[in-house]
Ligand binder design. Structure first.
Ligand SMILES: [Zn+2]
Length: 112
């Protein structure tokens, strides 16, 4: 499972930064075009975090909508994750993806 590999990378980074403190909550930014399935992240979390300071921490996934820059409208437009890269307002084709590929740690709460 590809999500497990991604989360293992996240856990590694947090374990380094947490310096032995227990982690209570981990929030991730995940774009709708990041190629990640949200449910699979939640399913993989216990496995990825088990045996580390992240074990038992709450995982929160903040889904970031995909947007493109439309040169015709001169505006950033939100696109449906299943749509081709075109402006939803005027239909102009655009591959200028501005958001949606995020996969990043937004916030980590550790015990003080
Ligand atoms: Zn447009």
């Amino acid at each position: 499972m590809h999500e497990l590999g991604l989360l293992s990378g996240v856990v590694e980074v947090i374990v380094d930064a947490a310096d032995g403190r227990r982690v209570r909550r981990v929030a991730l930014d995940v774009g709708t075009r990041a190629g990640v399935i949200e449910d699979a992240l939640y399913a993989a979390w216990p496995l990825a975090s088990g045996g580390t300071v992240c074990e038992g921490a709450d995982l929160e996934v903040e889904v970031i909508a995909a947007t493109v820059w439309c040169p015709a409208c001169e505006a950033e437009r939100e696109i449906d994750e299943f749509f081709a890269l075109a402006c939803p307002e005027c239909g102009a084709p655009t591959a200028d993806l501005r958001h949606g590929r995020e996969f990043a740690i937004r916030e980590v709460d550790v015990e003080t």
